[in-house]
Design a protein around this ligand. Structure first.
Ligand code: 6PG
Length: 246
């Protein structure tokens, strides 16, 4: 079990994103105070966009030069593609804050060879965290979402990446999308100092009931995120939490 698992339920999506921004900045201040830098893996999809916009508008003067941004997963598309998680983050955050470009580690997903892109990103992580083979990075914070099938990052049910135990990043074939996704693996997610899941809206309620209260065999990918020595925080709005027994 993770060191701690907390579930915060906020009345509305707006309150959810404010709470998430405070948690992000709080974790950043603590890490920068303790080690001079803050390392975070951002999530993609639609939910976190409002968080990134809020960080850009309310924390524009933050010490972004001490923040190092990575991506928890990426679609196998160039950074200019509408599907690109990098593009979403660039438009909602990066173009609005003074973060040095060398502090932003984008997945080279324009590489037509998804496995080569994953291997390159793993090499970037190993260089940055100065870790050798067999060692894993410890992110200060990893942001995650939950998909309608219980996937998180790009760790989908019944996909090969679920069983990866040695690589940091893999190209995961997602049959239902007929494409690869490039994703951090469970060993990396579960070594984070903190993992923060964000989920908003009634359409997530049934899946969140399954993930947070269900006994699934095999467990849903989102249920397998359990930082071994870290904090696990779920921030939900009332609509998303509407099927939880509280
Ligand atoms: C992605 C994400 C993915 C996402 C969930 C939820 O690249 O799509 O990393 O894991 O977090 O699919 O997506 P929404 O926030 O759009 O519901």
């Amino acid at each position: 079990m993770p060191s701690t698992r907390n579930i915060e339920v906020l009345a509305t999506a707006a309150y959810l994103f404010h709470a998430a921004a405070e948690e992000f900045v709080g974790a950043a201040r603590a890490a920068i105070g303790a080690q001079g830098r803050f390392t975070v893996a951002l999530s993609g999809g639609s939910t976190p966009k409002a968080l990134y916009s809020l960080l850009a508008s309310n924390y524009a003067d933050f010490v972004w030069n001490r923040v190092f941004l990575f991506f928890g997963d990426e679609r196998h598309v160039p950074p200019t593609d509408a599907e690109s998680n990098y593009r979403m983050v660039e438009e909602s955050l990066l173009t609005k804050i003074a973060i040095p470009s060398e502090n932003v580690f984008r997945v080279p997903a324009e590489n037509p060879d998804a496995s080569a892109a994953a291997a390159e990103y793993e090499a970037q992580l190993r260089r940055f965290f100065e870790i050798k083979s067999g060692e894993f990075p410890r992110f200060d914070l990893i942001l995650l979402g939950v998909g309608p099938d219980g996937h998180t990052a790009s760790l989908f049910p019944d996909s090969a990446a679920l069983d990866e135990q040695s690589r940091l990043v893999v190209a995961n074939w997602v049959a239902k999308f007929n494409t690869h996704r490039i994703t951090l693996t469970f060993p990396v997610l579960n070594r984070a100092a903190e993992v923060m899941f964000l989920a908003s809206g009634a359409d997530k309620a049934e899946m969140l009931h399954q993930v947070l209260e269900g006994k699934n065999a095999p467990p849903l990918p989102s249920q397998r995120v359990e930082p071994s020595d870290g904090k696990l925080l779920w921030i939900l709005d009332e609509a998303a939490a509407s099927k939880l027994t509280r």
